[in-house]
Write a protein that binds this ligand. Structure first.
Ligand SMILES: Nc1nc2c(ncn2[C@@H]2O[C@H](COP(=O)(O)OP(=O)(O)OP(=O)(O)O)[C@@H](O)[C@H]2O)c(=O)[nH]1
Ligand SMILES: [Mg+2]
Length: 221
């Protein structure tokens, strides 16, 4: 098991605002790769070699070349500013580890659902769990050179509503992975602004008098 602690940028003492983000999705869609490419510290990975013993339970369709898999989670970190830090958790993708997801989602601000467009159905469960938890998410299609689908086809296949951002990325590329995280943070910001404005307008409606003030009669000429 490859585990490592930070060997680079130390966390500033002023960083007191930790924001938890989860990267989730089906088996082998590139979750560990994304956490690795974007983390400013050497990430903690829990990768284990895949053996023949797992052949009966692991679904290797489309990912036959995979030799290792995440057995717990990946962990990385990105400093946003002097006070705010993103903690990035990569979920394990194999079905036999899905029981860990619900714990991993606890306290999560938002999630990235990574998708391999050759295996769209493998992402359904992740979306289902996030919706169940009410965790906001965006969807990022990782570039495996899969079949070209239109945005509309992907939205239909994943039953995504129009307000869920859908982007393309290459998880191996740091700037591409950063772009995905920025899209998620912007989405969370937009959602929080929407919540604040709807709270303000509903409390304004609650304090408004129920009956309109009586009209003063028009003076007769
Ligand atoms: N072509 C291509 N390969 C990628 C990309 N991202 C990841 N890979 C490769 O896909 C394989 C699986 O990547 P991982 O990051 O281990 O996938 P994972 O989702 O963490 O896998 P599990 O934790 O086992 O579910 C690795 O060999 C990566 O090098 C990408 O954007 N394009
Ligand atoms: Mg992994």
């Amino acid at each position: 098991m490859d585990s490592a602690t930070s060997d680079r940028a130390a966390l500033q003492a002023t960083a007191d605002n930790g924001l938890k983000i989860v990267v989730v999705g089906g088996f082998g869609v590139g979750k560990t790769t994304m956490v690795r490419s974007v983390s400013e510290i050497r990430p903690l990975n829990t990768e284990e070699t895949m053996t023949r013993a797992g052949e009966a339970v692991d679904h290797l369709d489309g990912v036959q070349s995979k030799t290792s898999t995440t057995v717990a989670f990946d962990f990385g970190r990105i400093t946003l500013d002097a006070r705010s830090v993103l903690y990035l958790f990569g979920a394990p993708g194999q079905e036999r580890f899905w029981f860990l997801w619900d714990r991993l989602f606890s306290g999560t601000l938002g999630a990235v659902v990574l998708v391999d467009t050759r295996r769209l159905a493998d992402s359904w469960y992740a979306i289902d769990r996030l919706e169940h938890h009410g965790t906001p998410f965006i969807v990022a299609c990782n570039d495996f050179g899969g079949p070209l689908h239109t945005e509309q086809q992907i939205r239909e296949a994943l039953a995504l509503s129009d307000d869920v951002p859908l982007v393309e990325c290459d998880a191996r590329d740091r700037s591409s992975s950063k772009y995905v995280l920025i899209t998620l943070v912007e989405h969370l910001y937009a959602l929080s602004r929407r919540t604040v404005s709807s709270t303000v307008s509903s409390s304004a409606a609650a304090t408004r008098p129920e009956t309109a003030p009586e009209k003063t009669p028009e003076p007769t000429p």
